[in-house]
Design a protein. Structure first.
Ligand code: GLN
Length: 505
């Protein structure tokens, strides 16, 4: 019987012949079918995945060189283009659209031997926090408690890892869509620095915030995949030219030092002296009235424990907290209203069937029929905040907030290596609980949108179990491009603490 623990162990098993890529694919296809009620996948590419597995098995037998993701079975969010496959961002407006090219991440994964098993369900155009904005495919269920939401917008990508429906998955994170569902589902979710990963082939929501992120069950797996998909891409002018460190190698090296002592990597990848981490907790974040009291006390206890382990942990004041959700929703809806104007029914996707619709009714009808409620709300809101007369009052102000936040963040990281917050103020809520109150839904993004506003990396680690039975995590953030440090810190925590145990399905 196939079982999966990590890329490393799986590839060892492939090498020694105890397992085939075909076994892995069959295992996941079987589970996807059995657990179809979770609604995690929008499309499963069974035949192709099996063919790729067979080819990889053959190549390995012939002794041909294998890639870093050799045989790794990966699911991708339905906003990431996979050549000649449908991609719809969960929207009717993109019905019957097939991508004519690969997203850069997909191309890089395939080049390294990955097997793409399917597209994963999400909120329409990645707008949402519960996967309930799903007019075409319907909502995804949280496998720990199907009455509850899996989080969003990358709900399918989180549940795919939670329920072992693939080894690793990709989501996108504009304001928390990787970290928040990871938190709700009890898995790991990493959003890298803005510009670390090319956005070419990612359907845009808010371009200055969007970043592809990774879901997995252990830090080393995240590091391996991050290393493959990071780096400059001439198709995305915002992708960074910075060198991609050997993320996974660093962790293996330190895996030994963690057990031997306290050595760790410094940000540039060289071993540093035995230094404790300098960790900042944001006081206003922990005191926020929307934070579940149990989460608050567990995080404070955790901080105390980190202090006992020798780390420097300080609660610092962060009086900008109340500005970040409004700033986020003004700026992202503004960008969305512009990005989504391309969906007009002229060249591809949904087009109104009304033969009478002339200009400009044609656009009106096509877009009214094609977009769901939440997407329409955001296009309207975004158009409003950009309109003459309101631009200064909303858009410009929000941009100022973003700038001030960026400056403040830089200062914090002069003194600290890591910022720790809860990932979400509550555990996964019940389906329907917030879906009629958009503002309540937006406010739940309190802790995650910050990293996107300032472009820093963040990770959610599933360290705790609530007395209500649901998982919850902590969010760790570092300064821009310090993923190595973030992964190392996460690795150490995951080694030292007993993390949430996902029930077997
Ligand atoms: N929940 C946030 C929103 O609705 C984040 C979404 C995302 O990161 N894609 O905008």
């Amino acid at each position: 019987m196939f079982s999966y623990t990590s890329i490393h162990d799986y590839q060892e098993a492939l090498k020694n012949g105890s397992v085939l890529c075909r076994d892995a694919v069959l295992y996941y296809l079987n589970r996807i079918q059995r657990l179809a009620w979770l609604n995690a996948y929008t499309r499963v590419y069974s035949q192709e995945a099996l063919e790729t597995a067979d080819r990889l098995d053959r190549e390995r037998r012939e002794g041909r060189e294998s890639g870093r993701l050799h045989g790794v079975v990966i699911g991708i969010k339905d906003v990431i283009c996979y050549k000649d496959h449908p991609v719809s961002a969960g929207s009717k407006i993109l019905e019957n659209f097939h991508s004519p090219y690969h997203a850069t991440v997909v191309e890089r994964m395939i080049r390294e031997g990955a097997i793409i098993i399917g597209h994963l369900n999400c909120d329409e155009f990645a707008m949402g926090s519960s996967n309930e904005n799903a007019p075409v495919f319907g909502r995804v269920k949280n496998a720990v408690d199907p009455e509850r939401v899996p989080g969003g917008s990358s709900g399918g990508s989180a549940v795919a890892i939670q329920a072992s429906l693939c080894m690793l998955s990709l989501g996108s994170d504009t304001g928390g869509s990787v970290r928040q569902p990871a938190d709700f589902c009890g898995v790991l979710g990493l959003k890298p620095t803005y510009g670390r990963i090319s956005r070419y082939g990612l359907i845009a929501y808010a371009s200055s915030f969007d970043q592809i992120g990774i879901f997995g069950r252990n830090v080393t797996d995240l590091a391996v995949l991050l290393e493959v998909i990071s780096g400059f891409d001439r198709h995305d002018a915002t992708s960074s030219k910075r060198e991609v460190p050997a993320y996974a190698e660093g962790l293996t090296f330190n895996a030994q030092s963690v057990t031997q002592g306290d050595d760790r990597l410094s940000v540039n990848g060289h071993q540093s002296s035995k230094k404790p981490y300098r960790i900042a907790l944001l006081k206003e974040a922990l005191d926020h009235p929307s934070l579940d009291p149990e989460i608050r006390s567990r995080i404070r206890e955790f901080a105390t424990d980190l202090r006992l382990k020798g780390h420097i942990v300080e609660e610092i004041s962060f009086d900008l907290l109340d500005f970040i959700v409004p700033a986020y929703y003004i700026l992202t809806t503004a960008e969305a209203s512009s990005n989504l104007s391309r969906f007009d029914g002229v060249r591809y996707g949904h087009r109104t069937a009304d033969p009478e619709a002339g200009f400009p009714d044609f656009y009106l009808k096509t877009r009214s029929e094609g977009f769901g409620m939440e997407v329409k709300r955001r296009i309207l809101l975004g158009t409003f905040v950009l309109s003459a007369g309101y631009y200064e009052a909303y858009f410009s102000q929000a941009q100022k907030v973003r700038k001030i936040l960026t400056e403040r963040t830089k200062l914090i990281f002069n003194d600290f290596d890591i910022i720790l917050t809860p990932t979400v103020p509550t555990t996964a809520f019940k389906s329907g609980e917030k879906s009629t109150d958009p503002v309540a839904m937006y406010l739940a993004d309190l802790y995650t949108v910050y990293a996107n506003l300032v472009g820093i990396p963040g990770i959610s680690l599933p360290l705790f179990t609530h007395t209500n039975g649901m998982p919850f995590g902590i969010q760790a953030m570092t300064y821009q491009f310090r993923e190595l440090s973030l992964l190392q810190f996460s690795y150490e925590l995951m080694q030292q603490y007993k993390s949430y145990e996902i029930p077997t399905l």
